[in-house]
Design a protein around this ligand. Structure first.
Ligand code: PEP
Ligand code: MG
Length: 590
């Protein structure tokens, strides 16, 4: 498709977060995006050359500090590769060669540099020789680093964009998305991203419409001056005509109105028509939003994603910092429960720290993981670095004196992980007692059921923990082997797969047998077609983002318990995801 100026163009993507966004495009770039040819006046040539030298020097420092760290901890091959990179930076091609070209061609260094790399790539791409292939890889690696320093990425911060901005980018990462403000960002559009990726969860929690799987590079080449994003249908409309704009303004008004109506009922109880109570707690990423959560009608915090403390600080918070935050949260909840999930770092929840950052040593291995979702994530990461786990558990235990605080363990794949955490908790409790520091004696420890092995072993696990929390976002990806963050597996990622229902039924039975509470905190707890089904399967507690609480309560209040049980019975008879979905769509219209 070619974009003609001023034409209204409709692109289709995957709907990720509902609602209509109307606004102006802001392209967030990555270092590898195309670099435009930017001419410079002759008087700026020297300035640009100094900027290039600075970028080269900063890249050299990066590599030297990486090399120093690798000498003590990393494999010897890395040290030698980095040595090659340092040598390359001294090569006249990258020093005087680039400077000459800047002078002769009067172009910005990034334009010259980008062109050179492209030349190299095409010259060597046909060579089969392993040695040359490696050299091209090295050149690309070094050039990415230099380009990164030449173009401080996303000069505009996501939290400071102008009003009505529509952010267009290759991929959204949770650490960025969490900074976005719904008052400024009208919508997100990305090239990649899945329905239950963490960035998607946050976009929905903030009520920001989002469409993924759209060709951003193509959009960048078009002359886009205004945009409509229809997050419900998965449409992106470039340069809308007047009547299209009018239609979508009306849709946007209706969407906001219906949400306002729902919200006005959020003080009502979550209960079925015949009076069965279903407790609705909130999932939370930002502790500053705790008052909003209570106002939204939550019975407590069912899932505090504590790893976001790390994303916003861009460093691991220490024990004292964590204690202050948890204490404040526990106090503001005034006796309502606060479930602190210990750091679920890894997978798609990671950030790039500069190599000389004091915490960088913990995260270096992430960059090389071939399957991050199956890698050193969450409890695996915490057990590998016990000092991080201990600091967090100490902070939580100290805060437990100020409210009803619970500990939740993410990504458990074996019961030993639970036992190790419990043992650590007991050791810290004894230590705190010795020091005369108050903490709850019987703090509740819960296990997340996100990995199939844990669901299968849930009968044994339920006996040992104080509560169970079903994390369907991950459970679905692991049961169906369909990456939750990948747009290309979106059609395989079904929360309504019959296998998921069977797993949930099994986990609920295990928890019931052991007389332990069970809560479901995945995104599908916000789906009006699935809520009655879960109630029919025996669940009486959900945790969802505060924004979704009114809809969840509204849905529960339309069902009787017997109808929900019949729905679950009928649903369990279906054997394919599409049959089950059809059945639910037909049976849950109210
Ligand atoms: C889940 O996996 O369902 C869950 C609630 O955890 P997260 O989305 O943070 O991985
Ligand atoms: Mg999870």
């Amino acid at each position: 498709m070619s974009f003609e100026q001023e034409d209204e163009i409709i692109l289709r993507g995957i709907p990720i977060s509902k609602g209509i966004g109307i606004g102006l495009p802001i392209f967030f770039v990555s270092a590898e995006d195309d670099v435009p040819e930017i001419a410079i006046p002759i008087k700026e040539v020297d300035l640009e050359i100094s900027r290039y030298r600075r970028a080269l020097e900063m890249s050299r420092q990066d590599i030297e500090s990486l090399q120093k760290l690798s000498q003590t901890e990393g494999p010897p091959e890395i040290v030698s590769i980095l040595g090659t990179h340092l040598e390359m930076m001294r090569d006249p091609l990258l020093t005087s060669g680039i400077e000459e070209r800047i002078r002769d061609m009067q172009r910005k260094p990034e334009s010259i540099f980008y062109r050179l790399i492209e030349e190299y790539k095409s010259r060597f791409s046909t060579l089969k020789d392993q040695y040359f292939q490696e050299r091209v890889r090295d050149i690309i690696d070094v050039s990415r680093r230099i380009l990164g320093h030449l173009r401080p990425l996303n000069q505009v911060k996501i939290g400071e964009v102008p009003h009505n901005s529509i952010i267009l980018t290759h991929e959204l990462v949770p650490s960025e998305t969490v900074e976005a403000k719904a008052s400024l960002v009208s919508a997100f559009v990305t090239a990649v991203g899945g329905v239950t990726s963490h960035a998607a969860i946050i976009a929905r929690a903030k009520g920001i419409p989002y469409v993924a799987n759209v060709d951003i590079k193509k959009m960048k080449k078009a002359d886009v001056h205004s945009l409509i994003v229809d997050g419900s249908q998965g449409l992106v409309i470039l340069n809308p005509k007047r009547h299209t704009l009018k239609k979508y303004q009306e849709l946007q008004r209706q969407h906001l109105l219906s949400y306002k109506m729902l919200k006005s009922h959020s003080h009502l109880k979550g209960e079925t028509i015949d009076g069965y109570e279903v407790r609705i707690c909130a999932n939370l990423e930002n502790p500053k939003e705790i008052d909003q959560v209570i106002k939204a009608g939550a019975s407590g915090i069912g899932l505090f994603r504590s790893e976001y403390l790390f994303f916003t600080k861009r460093a691991l918070p220490n024990e004292e910092e964590q204690f202050e935050i948890y204490k404040r949260m526990a106090k503001s909840l005034k006796g309502r429960p606060l479930v602190i999930r210990i750091f679920d770092i890894g997978g798609d929840k990671k950030i790039d720290l500069p190599p000389n950052h004091p915490d960088a040593k913990y995260f270096r291995a992430f960059g090389t993981e071939p399957n991050p979702a199956l890698g050193c994530r969450a409890i695996r990461f915490l057990l590998r670095y016990p000092e991080i786990l201990e600091a967090q558990l100490r902070a939580i235990l100290r805060a437990s004196h100020f409210g009803q605080v619970h500990i939740l363990i993410p990504m458990v794949s074996d019961i030993t992980e639970v036992r190790l955490v419990r043992q650590k908790v007991e050791e810290i409790q004894a230590d705190l007692k010795k020091q005369g520091i108050k903490c709850t004696k019987n703090i509740a420890i819960g296990c997340m059921i996100e990995v199939p092995s844990t669901a299968i072993m849930s009968d044994a696990i339920a006996e040992e923990v104080d509560f169970i929390s079903i994390g369907t976002n991950d459970l679905v990806q692991f049961v169906l082997a369909a990456d939750r963050s990948n747009a290309h597996t979106a059609d395989l990622y079904f929360s309504t797969h019959p296998s998921i229902l069977r797993f949930i039924r099994m986990v609920v039975a295990s928890a019931t047998h052991a007389r332990k509470p069970v809560i479901l905190c995945g995104e599908c707890a916000t789906d009006p077609a699935m809520i009655p089904l879960f109630i029919g399967l025996g669940l009486r507690e959900f945790s969802v983002a505060a924004r979704h609480i009114p809809l969840v309560k509204h849905t529960i209040r339309k069902w009787r318990i017997l109808e929900a049980c019949r729905l679950a019975e009928g649903a369990l008879e279906h054997t394919s995801a599409s049959d089950l979905k059809q059945f639910l769509d037909a049976e849950t219209v109210r």
